[in-house]
Design a protein around this ligand. Structure first.
Ligand SMILES: Nc1ncnc2c1ncn2[C@@H]1O[C@H](COP(=O)(O)OP(=O)(O)OP(=O)(O)O)[C@@H](O)[C@H]1O
Length: 455
């Protein structure tokens, strides 16, 4: 049997469920509550739907997940500030928690008196507290204020005292909620170092944090909670990466929805403006440098730059997914279609054009560029109004990118050239790094390694 499996469990959480009653229209005043006592509506919010995990003695485990997913609730259940609706929690040994720090402090009592009452809540006898009193005071750096009532303390001083007590009670299990927000930067660094010492001494630790760096430095294992269930569990570096990538995906999807709304509104405004004032005839005619002075149309990013003679003008540009939907976020490996529409002012004078596109990463790295002539050794016969599409497999790695499009004459004169016409983002489930994905096949002693499923 592996040594690890022999190690004793310090915490066993077994099929725990927890809901809260959330009142929707609770009266504010006593009168309102009395008058509308029959109207008090509430909803049952199921916060933990079925959580099971174990923590071995001496192990440090991090709980991560987005706001409101139930991390603090899990910790409060472990501390017994709350009780589960069903399921069981078993903890072996003395528990100390850094949750709701200083909740047990009495404001009129001095710092010293509060150390005694607070440490006794953690189960220490008077003799035990006497022997570690100076260590607690020294760690808090509050020596000169220790006999003042804690109501005269700043919130940072208050937290420092509470933290010093909680970490000096020789707990077997330490539960921590976003602890490293305590005090100033120096004190935070000191707390962090102390935690590492406590861990090295073999204390079991469960920590809730939004700081992946802290989780990776302290924890042996990480548990990602989502929708009241455990979504993933394992080595912090990998779980954190998956979590951060999902958070980025959610953020980008929101951004995409906002952008769609913005574009729709801009198009609407453009149509309204077109309807009320017809563009004067002379503005529609070709004129070198004219495009740079015109207002950018709605399909362009606000930061776009437009150059060219205006003899051919793009009237629409869209990046489409495989279903033909206009998108802002793509994944590495997706097929993307760039659809361009154009208007040619006088096709008889400018019968041929070459269309091209370029992609730049947001830090201006030129990732790619090509045109019709490079790919097909031919030129496009220009119509008064035409459409052109280019389809490509997206091998770009995660990041933000900008698209440039241009159409030029056989002599190289740019008819229309729009830089940063559109922004887009790329996400990926792969973990390779760099600018683009070079799908790699590994061989060991001539034998091809099996590729991960889904790649
Ligand atoms: N006492 C309570 N009464 C009603 N709802 C509660 C109570 N405590 C927590 N909740 C709700 O339970 C959900 C989970 O809260 P919890 O504090 O566990 O989340 P969290 O993952 O720690 O979030 P955060 O990262 O924001 O700290 C939230 O929707 C919260 O509003």
């Amino acid at each position: 049997m592996a040594a690890e499996s022999k190690q004793e469990n310090a915490i066993i959480v077994d099929h725990v469920k927890k809901h809260f009653k959330v009142f929707l229209d609770k009266g504010q005043s006593f009168k309102e509550r009395l008058l509308f006592r029959n109207r008090r509506r509430y909803e049952n919010r199921q916060v933990l739907r079925d959580i099971s995990f174990t923590v071995k003695r001496g192990e440090a485990v991090g709980l991560i997940g987005h706001n409101g997913c139930g991390k603090s609730t899990t910790l409060k259940l472990l501390t017994r500030i709350l009780y589960p609706d069903s399921g069981t929690i078993t903890i072996k040994g003395r528990v100390s928690s850094l949750i709701e720090l200083g909740a047990g402090f009495h404001p009129d009592m001095s710092g010293r008196e509060n150390i005694y009452t607070n440490a006794s809540i953690f189960g220490l006898s008077k003799k035990e507290i006497d022997s570690r009193l100076q260590t607690i005071i020294d760690f808090s750096e509050l020596e000169q204020f220790i006999d003042n009532p804690v109501r005269t303390y700043s919130s940072g001083m208050y937290m420092r005292l509470a933290f010093s007590v909680a970490i000096n009670v020789d707990a077997d299990v330490l539960l921590i909620d976003e602890i490293l927000g305590v005090g100033d930067v120096n004190f935070q660094a000191k707390c962090f170092q102390k935690l590492q010492e406590i861990k090295a001494e073999g204390t079991t630790i469960v920590i809730v944090s939004h700081s992946m760096g802290q989780i990776e430095q302290i924890c042996d294992r990480c548990i990602w909670i989502e929708d009241g269930l455990i979504k993933e569990e394992g080595v912090p570096k990998y779980v954190d990466e998956h979590y951060l990538s999902e958070m980025e995906q959610i953020r980008l999807e929101r951004e995409e929805a906002d952008r769609q709304k913005e574009h729709a509104a801009a198009e609407e405004a453009e149509k309204a403006a077109e309807g009320s004032a017809e563009t004067p005839a002379e503005e529609k005619t070709a004129d070198a440098e004219k495009l740079s002075k015109q207002k950018l149309p709605a399909f362009c990013e606000k930061s776009a730059v437009r150059l060219g003679t205006g003899q051919v003008q793009f009237t629409d540009a869209a990046l489409l997914d495989e279903d033909g939907e206009s998108k802002y976020v793509f994944r590495t490996g997706d097929e993307i279609t760039l659809r361009l529409k154009y208007h040619c002012v006088e096709p008889e004078k400018t019968p041929k054009g070459n269309f091209g596109y370029g992609i730049f990463r947001e830090d201006s790295v030129h990732c790619y560029g090509t045109n019709v002539e490079i790919e097909s050794d031919s030129w496009v016969a220009l119509q008064p109004d035409g459409e052109i599409e280019v389809r490509f497999r997206n091998h770009l790695l995660p990041g933000r990118y900008f698209l440039d499009v241009a159409v030029h004459a056989p002599d190289g004169t740019y008819y229309d050239d729009i830089r940063r016409i559109q922004a887009f983002a790329v996400t990926s489930e792969h973990r390779d790094i760099g600018v683009c994905r070079l799908e790699s096949q590994w061989f060991v002693d001539g034998k091809a390694l099996e590729r991960k499923t889904g790649e």
